[in-house]
Design a protein around this ligand. Sequence first.
Ligand code: SAH
Ligand code: SF4
Ligand code: F3S
Length: 464
Amino acid sequence: MTQDPTSMTNPGAAGASTRKVFIKTYGCQMNVYDSGRMADALSADGYVPTETMDDADLVLLNTCHIREKAAEKVYSALGRLREHKKARAAEGKEFLIGVAGCVAQAEGEEISRREPAVDVVLGPQTYHRLPQALQKVRAGERVVDTEYALEDKFEHLPDPTRIPGKPRNVTAFLTVQEGCDKFCTFCVVPYTRGSEVSRPLAQLLAEARKLVDAGVRELTLLGQNVNAWHGEDEKGRAIGLGDLLYRLADIPGLARLRYTTSHPRDMDDRLIEAHRDLRILMPYLHLPVQSGSDRILKAMNRRHKASEYVALIERIRSVRPDIALSGDFIVGFPGETDEDFEDTMKLVREVNYAQAYSFKYSTRPGTPGADLPDHLSEDVKGERLARLQALLLEQQQAFMHSKVGQTMELLLEKPGRMPGQLIGRSPWLQSVNVDAISSQIGDIINVRINAIGPNSLFAEVAPG
Ligand code: SAH
Ligand code: SF4
Ligand code: F3S
């Protein structure tokens, strides 16, 4: 992750009356984007971000509900915040606690019942109402707002490029789509984020242009189901994510585009053409498959076969041979046999991933998967996960090794640990350290990879 909204400082708004907010972000990139927008909304209210809860007047937990462990973390964090609140109250100081994100949406009232120290619970569709919610809290109310707001929150949030003192990044996220209608049987997202909504083309082009004017060189389009994005062009024609990428590629000054996360069923021809035609679109695709067994894919309601996924990858590679593939896997879905798991291993060998995420199945109450028979033991899930992860790691390392000796373009994003060192990203999303004294953050330079670290690459500036 290249952006950390919790570490933003805002010297422009500093002053005696300044309040400080600490936002802790869990979960996916959409939450990272949302945390940034919540910080924007609060800056209008005089809050500046801080990096610890120790000097904060408000702590917001932007939570994730995807797996049981992710949700549990929230309650243990709330326990610590409760103690801190008591200590602050003894000093006569305000200390407010807010819970946002997917646990807030899923559990609502239950959160303040379980942890009465919580002042405000806000679902992901109501962040623009955060300043009003805090006003109500100060008037003695406890606020739980998990409605799907009728108004468009994006229209009501402050312009992210106009916040005084907000440091500019050269990379930015842009949420283009929210929610999901796919209802995979293991997943809470359709319940926590609601049904699929695409932001209109004009709004997205305007936000993208503003970000580029403010110095952004790389945009990552976000959505729980980003390639389900759909809209209308100026002539009223129906368009999809591929068309949106072509339109964004025309913005002068923008150097790189990425998008995440996609569903295999929404990889249409136009999107594949965009990978063929647009040099600005980076050769990297996160395309989760979850399992390599047709039986399990069916039980998961993924609505495609393993062979269709493999054929899709072949089509994408035929138009963009250097594309790096990333994926998500769940092992130990209810009823998964040894053969089903071997099918997943087989698919991974066939596809050959540059990197991937893999998880043990976690039962989520309220999802259809929870009611299926034949849940597996933690031991079996653990063994399978270890085998899968060993294979994925091997593939990731082979991918990194294949880049040694190659010259590639690097977008410089931030200072490195050593003086004169900068950290950038390769087209394949790898973090690369380079000694580049004469270059600046935001530059795209040619480098030659000369070594591999555990999670990153090392390079020298390429001659010429
Ligand atoms: N929208 C994306 C991913 C959403 S969640 C998609 O469709 O692929 C991110 C990942 O978390 C999923 O791809 C899946 O691999 C994992 N995940 C979701 N629910 C899970 C569960 N109940 N147990 C374990 N992993 C889960
Ligand atoms: Fe969850 Fe499936 Fe929707 Fe992805 S496509 S968010 S895994 S329901
Ligand atoms: Fe988690 Fe919600 Fe994202 S459940 S993965 S924060 S959409």
